[in-house]
Ligand binder design. Structure first.
Ligand code: FUL
Length: 513
C-alpha cells in the first residue's frame, strides 16, 4: 500500500464514519448470457464478462461442492466397463443392495447429491422401463420386480440428499439406435425418469456417441431433450453435454489454475441474445471444453457471446468407473481425495466423485473408510477460520472499512466485502491482525458469484519480523471457491491484495486455516 494512499484513506475513512457512509452493496445490471457487439471495446467486453452471473439452478448447484456418482449396473457383474449390450441380465443380482446405506455414508461424509447411472452405454436399465426388456425386470434380482432407481431416489429424498440421473445417450443394445425413432425412445425413457421418481436435481448427458447394435451412429436430438428436462424438472441442471454445467475436460478431478465460469459460446445467436438477454437460455450442445484457456481476456475478446458455464470435475475413487474385483486395492486414500478436493472444489469446480457399489449392491469397506478419512481431514483442516479471530479491515478505493471487512471472515456466504478500485488501478486489500501470532498453511477465497466472477489476480502476504510484507501465495481466478496450500507461516498480520479484476470484486468469504 502506498503511504500517501494510506494517509488519505485514513482521512477519508474517518470522514466516512462521521458522515455515516455505508459499505453496503449496490445493484448492478447482470446477465446469464450476453452478446458481444463488433463495436464493443476491449473494456466493454470485460465489463460485460464481469456481469454475467449464474442462473438460480446453477448457483444452487455450485453451492453443493461435493456430488457422488454411482456407476452401477450389469457391468458391475461382468467385469467390463463398457458392456456390449449383449450381456445377459441374468447376471444382475445385488442380493444385499441397500442404497439407504450408501446415502447415509454420503451424508455423513459431506456429500450433498448423488447421481446414479440409470442406464449406461450397454443400454441396461436400472428401472423397469416400459420401452425395453433390457432392464432389472429381466434379472433374477427381486424376481424381476425390483427398481434400483426408485430405491436410490427414495433413499436420497428421505435422507436429504439431492438426486441426479445419468442416462447414457449411447445405447449399444437398443435396436432403434441410429434412426430418428431412437430420439423418441430416449425421450420416453427420460420422461420415465423425470416423472416417476420425485425431484431430480441434475441430469447428466454423457458425450460418448458410438455405434449401436446395427453399426449405426445416432444423431442426438439434444435440444429436444433439454426442453423435456426444463419442462418436467425445471430446477435440474443439465450437465456435460448440456447448457448448465460443463465437463472440466479430464477425468482426474483436476480443474484449471485459471478456471473461468464465464466463457464464450459462439453457437448462440448474438442477435437473439441482444434482443432479450435476460431470457431463459437453452443453448445448443457445447463440447469445446478441453482447452487450457477458456475465459481469459484474450479469449473473451474474440467471443461473440458469453455465458455462465461452470465446471464439474469427475473422477472415480477406484481405478475404474464400475466395480471390478481387479480394482481392489486401488481405492484412493483420504490424502489423495483431499488433493483432489484442492484441485477441483479449490479451483472453482464441483467435484463429482464416483463410488462404484460392489456386487452385493453396497459401497466397499475400503471406499467407506476412505470417504470417512477424507471427511475427517476436511473437518480438521477447515474447522476453524483463523480470520474469525482477527481484526479485519478493507481498503477499498477511498476508505478503510472495518465493518464491511468482517463480512469476509464471518462464515456467511451471503455477506460480502466489495473492493472498489483505487486511484492506482488496483483493487485495494483486506488486512487482518491478531493479538498473538497465528500459524496457517491454507488460504480460502470465495467470490459472491451472484455478482459475477471478477478477480483476475490476488496475492496473500504476511508481515515479517523484519517489518516487511512477504508473499505467501499468489493466484489468478477465484470464482465460487479457491483453495491454496503453502508451507506453514506464523504471523500477527496478513493482507490480501487484489491485483487485477474485471470489475469491483465482491468477496463473500476469506479464510486462513
Ligand atoms: C464416460 C463414460 O464413457 C465412462 O464409462 C464413464 O461413465 C464416464 C463418467 O463418462 O464418458
Amino acid at each position: 500500500m502506498r503511504k500517501n494512499n494510506l494517509l488519505s484513506a485514513l482521512a477519508v475513512s474517518a470522514l466516512c464514519a462521521g458522515l455515516g457512509f455505508s459499505c453496503s452493496p449496490r445493484q448492478e445490471e447482470t446477465y446469464s448470457h450476453v452478446a458481444i457487439s463488433p463495436d464493443d471495446s476491449p473494456e466493454d467486453i470485460v465489463w460485460k464478462a464481469a456481469h454475467v452471473v449464474p442462473s438460480r439452478r446453477q448457483f444452487e448447484w455450485q453451492r453443493l461442492e461435493l456430488t457422488a456418482f454411482a456407476h452401477f449396473g450389469l457391468n458391475t457383474f461382468t467385469d467390463v466397463q463398457w458392456g456390449s449390450g449383449a450381456d445377459d441380465p441374468e447376471a444382475f443380482n445385488p442380493v444385499h443392495f441397500d442404497p439407504g446405506e450408501w446415502v447415509s455414508v454420503l451424508r455423513e461424509t459431506g456429500f450433498r447429491s448423488l447421481i446414479l447411472t440409470c442406464k449406461h452405454h450397454d443400454g441396461f436399465c436400472l428401472w423397469p422401463s416400459a420401452y425395453t426388456d433390457y432392464s432389472v425386470r429381466s434379472s433374477p434380482w427381486k424376481d424381476g420386480k425390483g427398481d434400483v432407481v426408485r430405491d436410490v431416489a427414495e433413499a436420497c429424498h428421505e435422507q436429504g440428499l439431492l438426486f441426479g440421473v445419468y442416462l447414457s445417450p449411447w445405447d449399444r443394445h437398443e435396436q432403434s439406435y441410429g434412426t430418428p425413432e431412437y430420439n423418441d425412445f430416449f425421450v420416453n425413457q427420460l420422461t420415465e425418469l423425470l416423472t416417476q421418481y420425485g425431484r431430480v436435481d441434475e441430469v447428466w448427458f454423457d458425450g460418448a456417441c458410438g455405434e449401436g447394435p446395427n453399426g449405426k451412429v445416432q444423431e442426438y436430438d439434444y435440444q429436444r431433450w433439454y426442453a423435456v428436462v426444463r419442462e418436467l424438472q425445471p430446477q435440474a441442471v443439465i450437465a456435460i453435454v448440456g447448457p448448465d454445467v460443463r465437463w472440466v475436460g479430464s477425468e482426474r478431478g483436476v480443474g484449471r489454475l485459471s478456471e473461468w465460469s464465464v466463457v464464450p459460446n459462439d453457437k448462440l445467436d448474438p442477435a437473439l441474445i441482444a434482443a432479450d438477454s435476460q431470457h431463459e437460455l437453452i443453448m445448443p450442445p457445447t463440447r469445446v471444453v478441453r482447452d487450457e484457456d477458456l475465459g481469459s481476456r484474450e479469449v473473451i475478446g474474440k467471443a461473440k457471446t458469453l455465458v455462465w458455464y461452470p465446471s464439474e470435475a469427475d473422477v472415480s475413487i477406484r481405478r475404474s468407473w464400475f466395480y471390478t474385483e481387479s480394482d481392489n486395492g486401488t481405492t484412493k486414500s483420504p490424502e489423495r481425495l483431499l488433493n483432489i478436493y484442492f484441485t477441483s472444489v479449490g479451483r472453482n469446480s464441483n467435484l463429482l466423485l464416483n463410488i462404484p457399489p460392489n456386487r452385493d449392491g453396497l459401497f466397499g469397506e475400503e471406499e467407506v473408510e476412505s470417504l470417512r478419512g477424507f471427511a475427517e481431514l476436511r473437518r480438521e483442516m477447515f474447522g476453524h477460520n483463523l480470520l474469525s479471530d482477527a481484526k479485519l479491515r478493507s481498503f477499498s478505493g477511498f476508505s478503510w472499512c472495518g465493518k464491511n471487512a468482517r463480512a469476509a471472515g464471518d462464515g456467511n456466504y451471503d455477506t460480502s466485502v466489495r473492493l472498489k478500485q483505487c486511484d492506482d488501478g488496483s483493487y485495494g486489500c483486506i488486512t487482518a491482525r491478531w493479538d498473538a501470532p497465528k500459524t496457517f498453511s491454507v488460504l480460502m477465497l470465495q467470490e459472491d458469484i451472484r455478482q459475477g466472477q471478477r478477480i483476475e489476480s490476488f496475492t496473500l502476504q504476511y508481515l515479517g519480523e523484519d517489518g516487511e510484507w512477504h508473499t505467501v501465495a499468489e493466484g489468478t481466478t477465484v470464482g465460487y471457491k479457491r483453495l491454496m496450500r503453502f508451507d506453514p507461516v506464523t504471523a500477527t498480520a496478513v493482507r490480501l491484495l487484489i491485483g487485477s479484476a474485471r470489475h469491483t470484486p465482491v468477496i463473500a468469504e476469506y479464510g486462513l486455516f
